[in-house]
Ligand binder design. Sequence first.
Ligand code: MG
Length: 388
Amino acid sequence: MKSISVLGSTGSIGKNTLKIIEMYPDRFEVAALSAKSNIKLLATQVMKFRPDIVAVGDEEGAAELESILHNNNTSPPAIVSGEKGLIKAASESKADIVVTAVVGAAGLLPTIAAIEAGKDIALANKETLVTAGDIVMNLAADRGVNILPVDSEHSAIFQSMQGQRRQDLKKILLTASGGPFFDVPAEDFHKITPADALNHPTWDMGEKITIDSATLMNKGLEVIEARHLFDVDPSMIEVVVHRQSIIHSMAAYRDGSVIAQLGIPDMRGAIAYALSCPERLDLNIESPDFFDIGTLTFLKPDMKKFPCLAMAYEVIEKGGTAPAVLNAANEKAVSAFLSGAITFDSIPVIIRQTIDSLDIISKPDISEIVLADNQARGYADKIIATFI
Ligand code: MG
């Protein structure tokens, strides 16, 4: 029996993880769950999966959860709250593996705590490696902990590298759907509404990542994530726009061979592989029907039209706290766009100004990364205020 903690259990990755656990009750059990604010759904999950420990966003949420469970005659698990509670849920359960599916940089400290506690990580929170990739990968190696990718592209690369010699790898080809505005001219970007941007053509995901997909920042964050996960130079990572999202990414080798992983877009594939690799589980997912698909297309990304992708490559070169600054400014800009405070084309402008204005620390420790993240958020807020 594998014991699993799901941090961010009410989000898209969290719900899909629980679907897989539910399909295989003889193999998987739930050790801990966490949700920031969707207490009603969390309560349903607690009643179904009976974790030992549950973390919620704040004390109000904890009280609400306790009262729902009480009214349903369910003896409550240990309920903890806030950032400290999330860290406790990540590290102090009996879990063998922790699925980190919380949104944004909030995932960093719980992930580090789980690694320190010796738990394998099924990494769905890409910001962890974006903000602190060197520290996290070194710590994982130190503790003998596996970091298993849940992001579909990284899972595809991971799968395409099984049985291969690392020194034979020549290039990673990271595929991108291109998002909903790939064919929209840049001069029309200011008219894009949150509703337009939330309508992703191929993947059904949470709000923040869907906006990141529309700006191609998601692909930029994935380049940074891949750089750390597979320990490759950024020059070895090439983004390929592949509108159909059938090829989930590829690995090219020195003999000219390219190995790809394909599937219809369904995030359960990558989640299940992280939980059970090298074994593959029956998920009731059909293989792609190639006669139905007919054509697969490949294009170069337009970095001028989508400057977020170019900025991601730039912050890898800058190193240190630069990726954390990029990420924090992006989180602020995306939430300002979602609340209607700024236009879609202002997102990269805010990130650009934040990167250009803050000092970068070259070999930061975790506290310096957290500080840089906070500073960048404060700075981005100030710029956003001038747009309103
Ligand atoms: Mg992805």
